[in-house]
Design a protein around this ligand. Structure first.
Ligand code: ADP
Ligand code: MG
Length: 453
């Protein structure tokens, strides 16, 4: 019998217990045994023939439910009242599975095997609106592994802290339970271990490594899509762990439903627990992340520079960190200690050019072109009159200043008569939204842009 079969049987017993009175359960069910599952037929041993009727009337739906849960197929029962030689064999092999697992369980677990990166903790994970729920879920999992959020599925774009959170969960659990069997793996490593396992050791090693865990943290599972044989083994691993209330946490760049090429039964399982997304950090969070990371360097960053940097990289925390490393290198070569905006902008120039080319367009130029177009003076642009056509011109100019230059939001705000960065952000998102539906606006902005360039 496979681990899946065991899981199926556990589930049958569990559902039967929920459904039947205690006395009936004990009499009709507790002595029953699953002998094998083959061709969608579960052979079930009952010690007395009279019990069959009770099973047929009361427990067939339980078998169907458990069958769909575990195999995602319709399973039909076949009742037998003695154990033939063939069934003895099956039983023995099933107990050897159990033995394997307990041997694995008694192997000492070396903390080097966890694969965890110690530097990623909850302490140094900065919380913001985009990641607060994912962090809360990760904390909940850490304090109650295998509890209510199993599996936890975290998804989001690159560089937003998925790997960080995954490791933080593992590290946090280790602080309270130092001997917990925790494994962090990129899905890619899982894949390689599996291939190695098939090639070299007939899988025992692989199974020992993965099925005896208390917590499996598996990163970037989107790479498992379209790899059918891996999915099969991942499915088995998942069931073995989940069936024993062991915690599984998964990350992906997409939500489960968007994982095309992933078997439906896996998608279904991924959604059994809790699914949380991470979205890019807002301006304040980026500032907080930068302030945090800056402490690692022996450099002095005036607020202005921090704001400037937070304005430059707005979709990806990894880029923010990369920028600080560039600056650190640049400063050490130049022998600088204080990082002014000018120093920062020189240091990150090549990084910016990688993503979008740097255009040196003065904000004043944008203001005057937009002003000409809509008949609004620079003074009005910088002022705070809330007349419709002025407000609109002002917002469009702020939008373009953000799109066409590499100025930080605060700096753009200052160029508009000392407005707050949140005003710029608001203007930007308002215009961006209008552009989705307003074709006139699209044409107008294109016309203005072509004059500015
Ligand atoms: P992902 O796995 O989502 O691609 P990572 O977890 O590798 O992203 O994060 C990229 C870098 O950004 C890491 O060095 C990580 O520590 C850092 N990072 C991401 N989010 C945060 C955050 N909220 N607070 C602090 N550091 C973060
Ligand atoms: Mg990652």
């Amino acid at each position: 019998m496979t681990i899946q079969d065991n899981l199926f049987w556990e589930r049958v017993l569990e559902l039967a217990q929920d459904k039947n009175a205690q006395a009936a359960y004990e009499y009709f069910v507790s002595e029953a045994q699953l002998l094998k599952v083959e061709n969608n037929i579960a052979t079930i041993y009952l010690d007395l023939e009279q019990k069959k009727l009770y099973w047929e009337r009361n427990l067939e739906d339980v078998i169907v439910t458990a069958g769909f849960e575990v195999y995602v197929r319709q399973i039909q029962p076949h009742y037998v009242f003695e154990k033939t030689e063939e069934t003895y064999e099956t039983l023995q092999s099933s107990s050897s599975v159990a033995q394997d697992r307990s041997i694995g369980a008694s192997l000492p677990f070396n903390s080097n095997q966890t694969g965890l990166k110690e530097k990623y903790t909850f302490d140094n994970f900065v919380q913001g609106p985009g990641n607060a729920w994912a962090k809360a879920a990760a904390l909940a999992v850490s304090s109650d592994p295998g509890g209510s959020y199993n599996p936890l599925f975290v998804y989001g774009g690159p560089g937003l802290g998925k790997t960080h959170l995954l490791n933080a969960i593992g590290n946090e659990i280790l602080t309270t339970t130092p001997h917990a069997r925790i494994k962090y793996v990129p899905a890619e490593t899982f894949l390689n271990d599996l291939i190695e396992g098939i090639r070299l050791s007939g899988m025992d090693n692989f199974k020992n490594n993965y099925r005896n865990l208390d917590v499996l943290l598996i990163d970037d599972i989107q790479i498992l899509t379209k790899k059918v044989s891996t999915q099969e083994e991942f499915f088995n691993t998942f069931n073995a762990l989940h069936g024993n209330n062991k915690q599984i946490v998964l990350t992906s760049d997409r939500n489960p439903d968007q994982l095309e090429g992933l078997e439906e039964r896996l998608v279904t399982r991924f959604k059994w627990g809790l699914t949380q997304d991470i979205t890019p950090p807002d301006f304040e969070t980026r500032i907080a992340i930068l302030r945090n990371k800056i402490l690692e360097f022996d450099l002095q960053f005036p607020n202005e520079t921090v704001e400037y940097l937070a304005g430059q990289f707005d979709t990806n925390v990894r880029d923010l960190e990369g920028a600080l490393k560039d600056i650190n290198l640049f400063a050490s070569i130049q022998g600088l200690h204080e990082i002014t905006i000018e120093v920062a902008s020189q240091a990150i120039r090549s990084r910016k050019q990688d993503t979008s080319s740097v255009k040196v367009i003065p904000i004043e130029r944008i203001q005057s072109e937009v002003g000409n177009f809509y008949g609004v003076s620079i003074k009005e642009m910088k002022g705070s009159r809330r007349v419709q056509h002025i407000v609109q011109a002002r917002q469009i100019a702020m939008y373009l200043a953000r799109e066409m230059t590499d100025n930080s939001l605060p700096k753009i705000g200052r160029a508009f008569g000392g407005k707050d960065h949140s005003t710029v952000l608001h203007a930007h998102s308002k215009v961006k939204t209008s552009l989705k539906t307003d074709e006139n606006l699209v044409r107008e902005i294109e016309a203005i842009k072509s004059k500015i360039k």
